[in-house]
Design a binder for this molecule. Structure first.
Ligand code: ZN
Length: 186
């Protein structure tokens, strides 16, 4: 793993890139809004000489995203050359809000590895986000099902606290299916 390269920086955010042996990992720290300039990122991805041609957007440190930021993200993903595989991990509520509002924001073709999902514990009376792997979410009889999750404090089985169809819209158009995700059909 190389040291992170800073591709862009303003007073609200920093865009870092790490070159691994098999892929490029891109990590935004902070808020993505109308100020962001993705031109260095697009150039770096499209001129990469890596064999695997895979870019992983790791959203673990994203703390906000405006609609304008989402529109620029849309533009960025559509400027990445088609041979590059786009993968998302640690998708959070900020990213999801815009991704569900902006058509094809994540790219023409993309894969989701993991995302945060909202759960409620009736014991603790607490709402929290838990990171889920795409494998833990599946479609059964046209309905989304999530693997049972337990509260990290009291071990109670948690209740999904959002409209599930709305929340997982991002997975509908993703190609995670062909990545071995278990969408049960019986
Ligand atoms: Zn609890």
């Amino acid at each position: 793993m190389s040291n992170p390269i800073i591709l862009y920086k303003n007073d609200k955010m920093r865009l870092e890139m790490v070159l691994n042996q098999a892929n490029i990992e891109v990590i935004p720290f902070g808020v993505i809004d109308h100020c962001i300039d993705f031109s260095c990122l697009i150039w770096a991805i499209n001129h990469s000489t890596l064999n695997s041609n895979k870019v992983i957007f790791n959203l673990i440190s994203l703390t906000g995203m405006s609609l304008a930021g989402g529109n620029l993200w849309h533009k960025m993903t559509h400027q990445i050359k088609k041979s590059v595989k786009i993968v998302y991990k640690n998708i959070n509520e900020f990213f999801l809000d815009q991704a569900n509002a902006i058509n094809e924001m994540c790219g023409h073709e993309y894969y989701v590895e993991s995302l945060e999902a909202p759960f409620h514990c009736k014991n603790c009376q607490i709402d929290s986000y838990y990171l889920m792997l795409t494998e833990q979410i599946r479609i059964h009889n046209f309905k989304w099902l999530v693997s049972p999750m337990k509260c990290t404090k009291c071990n109670e089985v948690l209740k999904f606290s959002w409209i599930i169809e709305d929340y997982f819209k991002i997975l509908e158009s993703s190609h995670s299916k062909s990545e071995g995700v278990n969408y049960a059909n019986g």
